[in-house]
Design a protein around this ligand. Sequence first.
Ligand SMILES: C=C(O[C@@H]1C=C(C(=O)O)C=C[C@H]1O)C(=O)O
Length: 182
Amino acid sequence: MTPSSDSHWHWGQEPPASPALQSWLHEPGSLTRLLRRHCRQFRVQVLADKVLRPLTPEQAVLLEARQGYCREVLLRCDDTPWVYATSLYSPATQQALPALTGLGARALGELMFESPDLVRTPFELAQLAPEEYQRLTNHAGLAAEMPAAMPWARRSALSTGCARVLVTELFLPDSAPYQDTV
Ligand SMILES: C=C(O[C@@H]1C=C(C(=O)O)C=C[C@H]1O)C(=O)O
């Protein structure tokens, strides 16, 4: 499952009402850096790092390629998974930025935000439907309880030189700072 290209995720939804969540969803800097500021111990848990072949038609359009790579992680703060993230990129990007492959527990954000020429596209937002959330929790091995409010995700492409990575980040329901009520 690769949410950035999964047609079950309805991108382009209206932003949520909570100001805290709004500010997290629109944070333009490195999310890794922001998360590190909010916990004692930050950890990247790699769920998958794989070649996508063949691509779905939507992935092929997003990547402008016939095959691609997908890294799937949980960003854990003091061991609690706060963010589920996927990164999709093409073979051309892999060649332009070979360090992308085999990053292991090093955060992709730390690699990309090192580049002074890094730019990102405007964020698209999606709120998960309960069945999508259930699918994802099964897939990622997360606690399966249904949250009171469905979580929000954002996606944006990060580019540096010829490298372009489509990053999708889902803010998991927990006692994280972005869960402040309105
Ligand atoms: C894109 C960033 O990096 C984060 C780290 C990721 C990883 O290590 O695979 C994936 C997505 C991001 O949430 C960031 O820090 O902004």
